[in-house]
Design a protein around this ligand. Structure first.
Ligand SMILES: [Zn+2]
Length: 260
């Protein structure tokens, strides 16, 4: 089984003590590559640095909506410079979060629009975080559709999944599909996403799957999400792994063999 974790934050200091052992555990479960997602200027630089020593980790550069208040002109110029590097596979994590509202809506929308334009300019896909802001996100993305990118850690219902896949986006599922409560809509969405748009991710160190809730999430645990997606879509874990790996390679233009 070959799995690509399409969204991981391996730079977090909660991995500092056992990063190598953690990657080995993941390797033995079949995790073959990572899209390693930066969330602000500093962490975007960190994912690029780590890519040198961590094979098959593919960096992204962007500013998370939570951090969008810090995206002044000078910072945006620096983000742009970092994102231009050929090894950077995507722009993001960007998007809108009207649940936590760590930055005002206007500030978030401005930062998101800047990064959407940057992704278009650089011809790189977008990694999009969206919480309680589906309508506004769809409106902004609708202006540039078809959009190359991913709705990461998808938490919407089937209609919303349908809307974003019609805009051209991939839909990535994290461990919420393994949670027994209050996830019916997400699970229903996971059933209907077109085969060529499906991705799987950990979003580690956040969002551990059901057996590990309350603990740090790590890449090896992605197999629980893969198995649950297989149940929901009435197929095998091997098929989910291969389909999502192929989709990640295509979306992010990863320098990996599409065929096993
Ligand atoms: Zn994330």
């Amino acid at each position: 089984m070959r799995i690509i974790d399409s969204h991981a934050h391996l730079f977090f200091d909660s991995f500092d003590d056992d990063r190598e052992a953690m990657l080995e555990r993941a390797g033995s479960e079949g995790i073959a590559a990572y899209v390693h997602v930066g969330t602000d200027l500093e962490s975007s630089r960190a994912v690029k640095r780590l890519a040198v020593t961590m094979p098959n980790t593919f960096p992204t550069v962007g500013v998370h909506p939570h951090d969008s208040a810090g995206l002044d002109e000078a910072t945006f110029d620096a983000v742009r410079t970092e994102a231009m590097a050929p090894e950077v596979v995507a722009v993001g994590e960007t998007g809108l979060d009207f649940f936590k509202n760590y930055a005002s809506r206007d500030v978030q929308i401005h930062a998101f629009r800047q990064q959407v334009a940057l992704a278009c300019e650089l011809d790189k896909p977008l990694v999009i975080h969206c919480r309680d802001a589906f309508e506004e996100t769809a409106e902004i993305l609708g202006e540039i559709a078809p959009v190359r990118g991913v709705m990461h850690c998808f938490t919407g219902d089937p209609e919303t999944a349908q809307l974003f896949s019609e805009l051209g986006l991939h839909i990535s599922f994290a461990a919420q599909v393994t949670y027994p409560k209050k996830t019916e809509a997400i699970q229903a969405a996971a059933r209907i996403v077109p085969e060529d748009r499906l991705l799987v991710e950990t979003d580690c160190p956040f969002l551990p799957p059901q057996p590990f809730r309350g603990r740090r999430n790590e890449p090896a645990y992605i197999v629980h999400t893969v198995r649950r997606l297989a149940e929901l879509r009435q197929t095998t874990p091997e098929s989910i792994a291969e389909t999502t790996a192929r989709n990640a390679i295509a979306l992010f233009r990863l320098p990996l063999d599409a065929a096993l």
